[in-house]
Design a protein around this ligand. Sequence first.
Ligand code: NCD
Length: 309
Amino acid sequence: MLKGKSLLEPMDFSIEEYEELFTLADDIIANPSKYAHSCEGKLLATLFYEPSTRTRFSFEAAMLRLGGKVIGFSEPNSSSATKGESIADTIRTVACYCDIAVIRHPKEGAPRVAAQNTDIPVINAGDGGHQHPTQTLTDLLTIRSERGSFSDMTVGLCGDLKFGRTVHSLIKALSRYQNIRFILISPEELRIPEYVRKEILIKNGIAFEEVERMQDVLSKLDILYMTRVQRERFFNEQDYIRLKDSYILDAEKMKQAKDSMMVLHPLPRVNEIAVDVDADPRALYFKQAKYGMYVRMALIMSLLGGEIK
Ligand code: NCD
C-alpha cells in the first residue's frame, strides 16, 4: 500500500511497490477514461524552485487527467522564498490547502526536509545534483514496456554522471534487479560520485566499468542512457564549455549499436544526441516523456489512495 507515503529517493519503494505502480500505469495507458475521476476533489501543489518542462507539465497533466486540480509556482521569485521563508514553513502552509506536493529544489535534501514537516505525501521532483526518483519511474516504465524486463542487460550511462541526478537514481533502482552490468561513460571529471560507486555498486557486488570513449563500448550495450552536461551545477563556465560536447551520439555512431539497443535520455537534450538519431526506431526519448506522464498518474493516484469512480 502506497497511500500516504512520500517518494524522496528510489529506495523508498520496494520492488513490489514499483511493480504495483507499473501495473497500474499499464492499465491507465490501456483504459485512460476509467481513471478520469480517480482524484476528483483532490489538489496537487507543484513547488518548482528550478526550471522544468517535462517534470512539471507531466505532473500537472497527470493530476488533471485523474480529475484532480493543480496549483503551484514554477518560478520561486514569485513565492515567499524570496522573502526568506524556509522550506519547512512553506510546506506547512501548502499542506493547509493541498493534498499532495511535488517539489523540485536546487538544494540536496530539500524535499526530505519538507516531508519531515508535513503529513501530506511529498514527491521529490529533483533535488540539486542528488536524486530524481520520478524520472527513474519514467525510465523503468519505458524499459519494462519496450523490453519486457529489467534483468540481464548491459546499461551504458553517458555524459555528466557526476551532477546528473537522473543517473544516480537510475543506478540505485536498477541495482536491485538481476544480472545488470553498467558501463559508465564520462570524462574523468564527470565520473559518478563516490557514494554511488561505493554504497551502491561496490557494496552490492554489481559489475561496472568506467570508460571515457563511447565508441569502444557502444556495440555491447542493451540500453544507452544519454545525459546533458549539467551547466547549472558548474562553478566555472569555462569548465562547462570545455566539457559540454564530450559526447555526441549521431546516426553514424548508431551503426555500431545493436539493433535492439534502446536510446534513452531524460531530456532536455542540448548537443549530446544529434537530431539525425530521432527517426531511428531505437530512439525512445520522446516516447519516454509520454510514459513519464502515465507513471506519474499511477504514482499520484496510489499516494492519494484514489479509486476508480
Ligand atoms: C532532468 C533533470 O531535471 O534532472 N530533466 C528531467 O527532469 N527530465 C535531466 C536534465 O535536466 O538534464
